[in-house]
Design a protein around this ligand. Sequence first.
Ligand code: ITT
Length: 195
Amino acid sequence: MSKTIKKTHFLLFATSNLHKIKEVQHFLRDYPIEIKGVDLKGKEIQGETVKEIAEASVLQAYKKMGKPIFTEDTGLFIKLLGGFPGPFSSYVYNTIGIAGVLKLLESVKDRSAEFRSAIAFYAPDINPICFLGTSSGKISIKEQGIHGFGFDPIFKPDDDKNKTFAEMEIEEKNQISHRTRSVRKLVTWYLRHYK
Ligand code: ITT
């Protein structure tokens, strides 16, 4: 049984996605940082990279909350489609959806893809700072699994070729996910900076 870590730092996480909050909270079980999710329903930000989107979102979020805050933007970059949907992942998920993505890859052999996660953190004593995390894998032939969210049912990470992210419990996904990798960088930096 893991022992309970006393939370001595508090951060806001601006997101509309409860799954992201759960994953980050799960990761932070072993750290003295507590987060609170806030859904600010800000203006939809477009950008060419996940970093650009996360940085623009964090400034917008800080303007509203006035407290140390971070945002996270993820994109699914499919190699054969030149990185599409990438920064348009949310739009693609809400329009053509998973079925549409599978259709675009029908009878395609090279199904390599990558999730890229960018976390941007802002507090008044620093410039916005960004941390990146990636997870490479393949787009599966069909949807598999019931866990997770978004594109999880069609993403098989290279770290565990037999399963999609949606076939993993949160604990398992968190060991190898793009989000864990960006959050870990944020936490390492944060605890050094704000001892
Ligand atoms: P925010 O409010 O934090 O922006 P969102 O759900 O819009 O929440 P993103 O823009 O980062 O999040 O995500 C773009 C799309 O990619 C969206 O459809 C998500 O469902 C999907 N996505 C994000 N992270 C994912 C993950 O870990 N696994 C599978 N799909 C993911």
